[in-house]
Design a protein around this ligand. Structure first.
Ligand SMILES: [Zn+2]
Length: 242
């Protein structure tokens, strides 16, 4: 089988699409549907997966979990009725409200990072978590000032960037161009996915495979919950309100 085409990478606004079934299989007591292409975002990069429905005239599959494994997107869920035949054309529909929330929380993580850069902190991002209620960006670096002072400064700068309403652009690029376009190249860049960068008004772009809102204004309001050192890294926890 040819690996799943990741439609969401360059058409993230597409929440309805058609695809063909490559296989339906049981995996560790879960039913898994694999398609030739998908608009469903698989969990990764700290961002929660999409949910939604895959349907044919004779069957409806409720998608509860989506994972990217060895080049294929695995849609895990439950058949409400019927099943799919190999090669059958199906309609895919992503839950738009869930996608919007996840895109917003994930974009807010980038924005927080832009704020950190603008404030001149010499920190290197190591991890992003963008799940509802658990959002944080972690950095390697030194916290040389009081955490509350830094927390307040990041919050002010992040909300200034939100109010500026910068467009958020993402584009697919050649891996050889990444070093010149991006502010850093992650050491664990996946080799079996297209390479994409995202820019939200900064001088340099950031490598990213997640989904984003269209402008920073759509994030609403960012609250920095705390800045503290955890297991040697600086953890900046945040939430989006309003
Ligand atoms: Zn991103």
């Amino acid at each position: 089988m040819i690996a799943t085409i990741l439609t969401y990478m360059d058409k993230q606004e597409c929440l309805k699409d058609q695809a063909h079934v490559l296989s339906v299989q049981e995996e560790a007591a879960r039913t898994c549907v694999i398609l030739d292409q998908t608009i469903f975002y698989p969990q990764g990069g700290g961002q929660a997966c999409d949910q939604g429905v895959i349907a044919s005239p004779n069957a409806t599959f409720s998608v509860q979990d989506v994972r990217f494994i060895d080049g294929f997107v695995h849609h895990y869920g439950v058949f409400e009725n019927g099943t799919f035949a190999e090669g059958e054309q199906v309609d895919c529909r992503v839950d738009g409200a869930r996608r919007s929330l996840n895109s917003c929380l994930h974009s807010a993580g980038h924005l927080l990072d832009e704020a950190v850069k603008n404030l001149g902190y010499a920190w290197m991002p190591t991890k992003g978590i963008h799940f509802p209620g658990k959002c944080a960006v972690e950095y390697a670096g030194e916290l040389t000032m009081d955490g509350e002072v830094v927390r307040a400064a990041i919050e002010v700068e992040a909300n200034r960037l939100i109010q500026a309403g910068h467009p958020i652009h993402s584009s697919l690029v050649n891996v050889s161009d990444l070093a010149s376009l991006a502010d850093y190249v992650p050491p664990n860049l996946p080799e079996n996915k297209p390479v994409r960068i995202v820019n939200m008004g900064g001088a340099k772009s950031t490598p990213c495979g997640g989904t984003h809102v269209a402008t920073t204004a759509e994030i609403g309001k960012l609250v920095i919950r705390y800045v503290k050192v955890k297991r040697g890294d600086i953890k900046v926890a945040y939430e989006v309100v309003g």
